[in-house]
Design a protein around this ligand. Structure first.
Ligand code: GLC
Length: 676
């Protein structure tokens, strides 16, 4: 197939269906994307005829209302078991910060009991057509992170620094086991974004700016979560995975969340499609449509990409799930009325609270012929195919399935050990002046900074709550803060450790100081920023936190200096004057400009968002009794690190490419091998 110039590809694609028609397009034969080699067939096996025959049977017995119900997903706070009986919804979700009974401390047993209630309701067909069990999906994106006491693995950015597919696969498997223990079948992970502009609030949900790393680790995540096709595929202890967000979420202009990706078709496919080729090959069964646009057209209404490229060209035969009311962003839609998204290729609407009105409007559109019955049947078929492949059509109630109710799996010591190993393998050593690291534990160690003892800061967004805020350490039973990890290591090594919150109080004497600082937790658009200046955002966080404390009448601990974040520089300066070495640990969801902090540190470690097992940081900072490193730094930058706060986005393909530290940078204790 002659390779057409990218601009021509885009032009032909754009001609495929003009905007308005595009969004309300009946799925007439849209022109195929011109770059056929850009969307190679990636689905390993065609549907089984026996499966399809069984689905035919179900479809033939379903009422129109039940079919429409099957393509709707509601939020657990807005769906009762009675609703399920009546509307036969195909799926449920708990959004970030939504727990059974809106109880943040809901136990695994509470989650499982609710799953049972929903399942039983969905199976009570009351003689009205076949009983089809409901699916429950959740954002288990770095462990089963909505559930109290779950193991919180490092976020994807850290796993990209570790760049170890086997580790990621094991993390997927462990996460799946914690999810099934609570009766849930499906996680909306992995994110396959290839973030190109680190101002994006979801940079940390991406493995890397490198499509190769994203493809490799995304595949590993899916294999860990679902099991491998032909082996233990969707067997006991496995859950459905979701390739998200299709397509181009990490490449929007200025890193604006839900913004417009202006790449040409070749770059969109090659760079932003890398994770979809690899995860389709790995058998991923659901794909989540993205909020962003491509060249001005919203993905939720993009027939050429959702249907022609993903389904027809790449052969995806699972289910395309809309994102949270993503359909509402189409010009021709509202939150409760949107044939355009279904016509474009969305198979299931994520309609958290408006699912009932959407059911009624969609029913009307089908009866009026504005939604062809074959499109509705195709969408229902895809939903049923996923449920059949997941074993759901023949499964017992959630509490009777393998591993269900085994609450000991939540935060299991083996999972925590795996997470601690992931922390070790993800830390990137950016500076180690005079070999100040590794530290002897047999000395007076001073740990400075509130972030050192804030699980919420080391865990980041999507941690018990959506934004990862409004929590305290008590919300993370079993977790270890970075401070506690250091205290344990130093005490075991015969030294002494002291904590200082970084406020105005004088710093106690010490032989070495470890300053822990970083970004406050955030998720999605809440994390978008105008530049990469750590100081500015940190100050904003301090002011936000100060206002929150003030509102509760809690005196605001205003440290000396002219801002919250000055404490780091002031402390470092004081310590230098005393001749005390300074080791800095930086917690962030992305590279940020920290020129001053770097200059004032003898050593600096990029720790990303390590999750619940902060002890992994001490594992690398402190030597063993023999003075030798117990572990070495393996982490390498998965994102280029900027020179300053306003440097244009730095990625290997940009020119000029002049980052402060390039993609792949990282120091180790062992000198690099030299010579033959
Ligand atoms: C959010 C996110 C998506 C998540 C979904 C359900 O808006 O974009 O990643 O899976 O809603 O919480």
């Amino acid at each position: 197939m002659p390779r057409l110039p990218a601009a021509l590809c885009a032009a032909l694609l754009a001609l495929a269906a003009p905007a308005a028609a595009q969004e309300a397009a009946a799925p007439a034969e849209a022109a195929a994307p011109a770059g056929l080699e850009l969307w190679p067939r990636s689905t390993p096996n065609p549907p089984l005829p026996s499966d399809e025959a069984r689905i035919d049977g179900l479809l033939s017995r379903m009422s129109l209302s039940a079919k429409v119900g099957q393509i709707l997903m509601g939020e657990i706070q807005a769906v009762t078991p009675e609703d399920l009986r009546r509307y036969r919804l195909g799926a449920l979700l708990n959004g970030g910060g939504s727990w059974p009974g809106l109880n943040k401390a809901a136990t695994p047993a509470d989650w499982l009991a609710l799953a049972d209630r929903y399942y039983e309701a969905s199976m009570d067909a009351a003689g009205e057509g076949p009983a089809i069990p409901v699916l429950w999906g959740t954002d288990a994106v770095h462990g089963h992170n909505n559930v109290r006491g779950a193991t919180l693995f490092p976020h994807n950015i850290a796993l990209g620094a570790a760049n170890n597919p086997e580790l990621v696969r094991q993390i997927g498997r462990a996460t799946a086991r914690e999810v099934v223990a609570t009766g849930i079948d499906w996680t909306f992970a992995p994110t396959l974004a290839v973030p190109q502009d680190d101002r994006w609030g979801r940079t940390y949900e991406g493995f890397s700016e490198s499509p190769d790393i994203v493809a490799r680790l995304g595949e590993a995540a899916v294999l860990g979560l679902q099991g491998a096709p032909g082996e233990d595929f969707l067997g006991a202890g496995r859950v459905l995975a979701t390739a998200k967000h299709f397509i181009g979420d990490g490449g929007t202009a200025n890193g604006k969340d839900q913004g417009d990706n202006l790449a040409d078709e070749a770059e969109l496919a090659r760079l932003h499609g890398a994770g979809y080729r690899s995860t389709l090959r790995a058998g991923v069964q659901t794909v989540m449509a993205s909020f962003n646009s491509w060249q001005g057209r919203k993905l939720h209404g993009h027939h050429a990409l959702l249907t022609v490229a993903l389904k027809q060209r790449m052969g995806f035969d699972g289910m395309v799930l809309g994102d949270w009311n993503g359909h509402e962003q189409l010009k021709v839609c509202s939150v409760d009325d949107c044939p355009a998204a279904l016509l474009a290729g969305v198979d299931m609407f994520m309609a958290p609270h408006d699912w009932k009105a959407l059911h009624q409007s969609t029913l009307r559109h089908v009866k009026a012929g504005r939604i062809p019955m074959e499109r509705l049947d195709d969408a229902v078929r895809r939903v049923l195919r996923v449920k059949l492949r997941a074993g759901l059509l023949d499964a017992k109630r959630p509490s009777e399935r393998p591993l269900a109710g085994q609450s000991g799996l939540i935060g299991h010591p083996e999972h925590r050990a795996l997470a601690r190993r992931a922390v070790r393998e993800s830390l990137v050593l950016l500076k180690n002046e005079g070999g100040v690291l590794p530290l002897s534990p047999r000395q007076r160690v001073l740990v400075v900074g509130q972030a050192a003892d804030r699980i919420a800061v080391q865990a980041g967004g999507w941690s018990v709550t959506w934004q990862g805020d409004q929590t305290d350490n008590a919300d993370f039973p079993g977790a270890t803060s970075i401070w506690r990890g250091i205290q344990q290591a130093v005490t075991a090594g015969g030294g002494s450790a002291e904590f200082h919150g970084g406020g105005a109080a004088p710093l106690p004497p010490a032989d070495v100081a470890i300053l822990v600082f970083g970004e406050p937790p955030y998720a999605e658009f809440e994390g978008d920023r105008g530049d990469l200046d750590f100081e500015a955002q940190g100050g904003a966080w301090y002011l936000r936190a100060a206002r929150a404390l003030h509102r509760r009448g809690i005196p605001v601990p205003v440290p000396g200096g002219d801002g919250h974040l000055e404490w780091h520089l002031r402390a470092a300066h004081t310590l230098h004057e005393r001749g005390v070495p300074v080791v800095s640990v930086f917690l962030s969801g992305r590279p940020l400009h920290i020129g001053e902090e770097l200059a004032h540190s003898d050593a600096l470690v990029a720790a990303w968002l390590p999750g619940s097992e902060g002890g992994g940081v001490a594992d690398l900072l402190f030597a063993g009794g023999d003075g030798k490193p117990r572990y070495d730094f393996k982490g390498r930058l998965p994102f280029s690190w900027p020179q300053d706060a306003t440097q244009p986005p730095q990625n290997p393909q940009t020119s000029p490419y002049t980052p402060r530290f390039p993609l792949g940078y990282g120091l180790s204790y062992t000198p690099p091998a030299t010579g033959p």
